[in-house]
Write a protein that binds this ligand. Structure first.
Ligand SMILES: Nc1ncnc2c1ncn2[C@@H]1O[C@H](COP(=O)(O)OP(=O)(O)O)[C@@H](O)[C@H]1O
Ligand SMILES: [Mg+2]
Length: 258
């Protein structure tokens, strides 16, 4: 469903991705873990075509997206739902209008059809009957779920989650984990989540990949990652301050520009 090959991206000489490759089968959930600034969000943005890569390829459902024109790219984008970090809801719109904003303009739906989709998706994320609320009236966990309802409005085949549990308390985080699992089961969507919440990564993933210094350092099932022999992976997943990972301000070693 998704094949990423030797993807490279730098911003003004600062290398973010130094050759990333992975394959994701239909219906599978891959979680990408990695520290803040390791390039997780940028990777999702490249997959959805919001950010252009410098080189390498991203093949989605057989199409190389970096070589598609605007029209064809939009066709592929219709297949992909994107759950933004921090929910990113429009504060001035109601919850229902926010969910409806996930519907493609080209879909040309009647008001009644739109209402039906909004109600169906809000029910699916466990929030029936809140479409008249404003985002400011919602808790963080509810906002995340509205963000998910918006992302699945078009019934995408691929769903990208950017830090779905960050900023939530442990109980609400687990409500989101359960929702991600439920959507996987009920819709067979292929999903990529990026997170540094290890509990969530273990629970929602078929496979976990660790992004470090611009590359995928290791990929495996949650169990394989938990048993990793790699010192960097072990330090990251245990959340320890001592180990091989350089701490900014201590012995910071910037990536060399290629
Ligand atoms: N538009 C941009 N211009 C310059 N640098 C950027 C831009 N977007 C992201 N970066 C840099 O790319 C790196 C990775 O960012 P990001 O993918 O957001 O990290 P994270 O893993 O925390 O999601 C960071 O060092 C960030 O400063
Ligand atoms: Mg990010």
């Amino acid at each position: 469903m998704i094949k990423v090959e030797n993807l490279r991206k730098a911003f003004k000489g600062h290398v973010v991705h130094a050759g990333i490759s992975f394959v994701l089968n239909k219906g599978e959930t891959l979680t990408i873990i990695g520290g803040s600034g390791s390039g997780k969000s940028i990777l999702l943005k490249q997959i959805v075509g919001l950010v252009k890569s410098d080189s390498g390829s991203i093949i989605i459902d057989g199409k190389e997206i970096s070589r598609l024109g605007e029209d064809k790219l939009q066709e592929v984008q219709k297949m992909i739902g994107y759950v933004f970090q921090e929910s990113a809801l429009f504060d001035s719109l109601t919850v229902g209008e926010n969910v409806a904003s996930g519907l493609n303009n080209l879909a040309r739906l009647t008001a009644l059809e739109t209402l039906k989709i909004v109600e169906e998706k809000l029910a699916l994320v466990g929030l029936p009957g809140i479409k008249e609320f404003k985002p400011a009236q919602l808790s963080g966990g509810m906002k995340k779920r509205v963000g998910i309802a918006r992302a699945i409005a078009m019934n995408p085949q691929i769903l990208l989650y950017d830090e779905p549990t960050t900023g939530l308390d442990p109980v609400m985080s687990d409500v989101i984990n359960d929702l991600i699992l439920k959507l996987k089961k009920e819709t067979q969507m292929t999903a990529i989540a990026v997170t540094h919440d290890m509990k969530s990564a273990y629970k929602i993933s078929d496979r976990v990949a660790m992004l470090y210094q611009g590359k995928i350092l290791e990929v495996g099932t949650p169990q394989e990652i938990q048993n990793s022999k790699n010192g960097i992976v072990r330090q990251f997943i245990s959340g320890s301050s001592s180990g091989p990972i350089p701490i900014p301000g201590q012995k910071f070693q910037p990536l060399k520009s290629e």
